[in-house]
Design a protein around this ligand. Structure first.
Ligand SMILES: [Zn+2]
Length: 150
């Protein structure tokens, strides 16, 4: 269940005021469910919401740390995610009951940022050499050893 305090009453911003968005939330507040391969840390949101010509404009910085398993060596590692300018434009006419669901929007944005093949060194696995050595050894052991029985 997404935190209701993340619903932005966009109609109320028609007068030109800027709403400050300052949230520090447990991941559960954004329906981010941790699993064995993926653990979400607390999420911070800093930004603004305003309405210009019946369009709701959101510009926010989103930060969190996630813990992932490297897809190569299977070691757990921490990945900081910082999105300096998460932006959104929504026509007021398209909003349900005049509310914008910031929580759902941030949730989707975070999920899109997660790497499909997480690697502990970012672009590469830090233990690649070690893991490859084991892989080679395993392959070699499958070969026929003609003198193994002597
Ligand atoms: Zn790795």
């Amino acid at each position: 269940m997404i935190d209701k305090s993340l619903l932005i009453a966009a109609e109320g911003l028609k007068g030109g005021q800027v709403q400050e968005l300052v949230f520090s939330l447990p991941p559960e507040a954004l329906d981010l469910v941790s699993e064995k391969e993926l653990t979400f840390g607390p999420v911070t949101i800093h930004g603004t919401a305003q309405v210009e010509e019946d369009i709701l404009l959101i510009d926010a910085k989103v930060q969190l740390d996630v813990k992932l398993l490297c897809s190569f060596c299977a070691e757990g590692f921490s990945l900081p995610i910082t999105l300096p300018h998460v932006k959104c434009q929504e026509a007021l006419s398209g909003l349900e009951y005049g509310h914008f669901d910031l929580g759902e929007f941030v949730r989707q944005t975070i999920l899109l940022e997660l790497p499909l093949y997480p690697l502990c060194g970012g672009k590469t696995c830090l233990h690649r050499k070690k893991v490859e050595k084991y892989l080679k050894k395993d392959a070699a052991e499958e070969h026929f050893h003609p003198f193994a029985g002597l």
